[in-house]
Write a protein that binds this ligand. Structure first.
Ligand SMILES: *[C@@H]1O[C@H](CO)[C@@H](O)[C@H](O)[C@H]1NC(C)=O
Length: 204
């Protein structure tokens, strides 16, 4: 089991586009501790072309152009999985919304990405009491953004259980303002993810 197997679990972006391709929600991920390309945790994770934090998806202009090409792909149909090199795109469409998960084409595990997309979608469905449509997503956007953060953090998949995601979002938050976040806590969190994910990989 080498560290690079963790690349199976990286996500580049999580998007919700409407029926016209307009952005309803967009999260683009940057892995932690990337001082220079190809170094640090991103290198450990094996994040290559198309992975989180990749160049070309950082400015709003670049992101909008990317979302346009994603929407073009989806609109042409052809199922739920669309290669868009160097990315792979998984989609789930409901009423007037497209739920989209983007990962690196070269290293992604489609089933894991699909499971993650479904978990996020199902959590949103729980939070919106079964009426997932643009109007309700916009109304509950704060909650939906929290659900996104409980699903994927820094491009790393945290949770694929919809009920767990939804319950963390709806539960009142403890006061966390006095927790000091420093390099050490981030490294500890990373070590915890790594252990959790190598366990998961072994269970696959
Ligand atoms: C992705 O998940 C959906 C919903 O469960 C399922 O219908 C679809 O077949 C899955 N696609 C793949 C490629 O696993």
């Amino acid at each position: 089991m080498t560290m690079s197997n963790l690349s199976l679990y990286t996500v580049t972006a999580l998007l919700i586009l409407d029926a016209e391709g307009q952005r309803v929600l967009a999260k683009y991920y940057n892995p932690p501790h990337q001082t220079a390309p190809g170094t640090g945790i991103p290198a450990d994770l094996g994040v290559g072309p198309g992975g989180p934090g990749m160049g070309g998806l950082t400015t709003l202009k670049e992101q909008k152009a990317f979302e346009k090409s994603v929407f073009e792909k989806i609109r042409r149909g052809g199922g739920e999985i669309h290669p868009l090199p160097p990315h792979i795109i998984l989609t789930r469409t409901v009423v007037d919304l497209h739920f989209i998960l983007v990962g690196p084409l070269s290293t992604s595990n489609e089933l894991m990405l699909n499971q993650t997309l479904n978990a996020f979608f199902d959590a949103v469905n729980l939070l919106l009491r079964g009426s997932v449509e643009k109007r309700n997503v916009l109304e509950g956007l704060d909650m939906i953004l929290l659900a996104a953060d409980e699903t994927v953090d820094d491009g790393i998949i945290l949770e694929t259980d919809a009920a767990a995601i939804a319950s963390r979002v709806s539960r009142p938050k403890a006061d966390t303002t006095d927790i000091v976040i420093n390099e050490q806590t981030i490294m500890n969190a990373y070590t915890n993810f790594r252990d959790k994910f190598s366990q998961r990989i072994q269970q696959l």
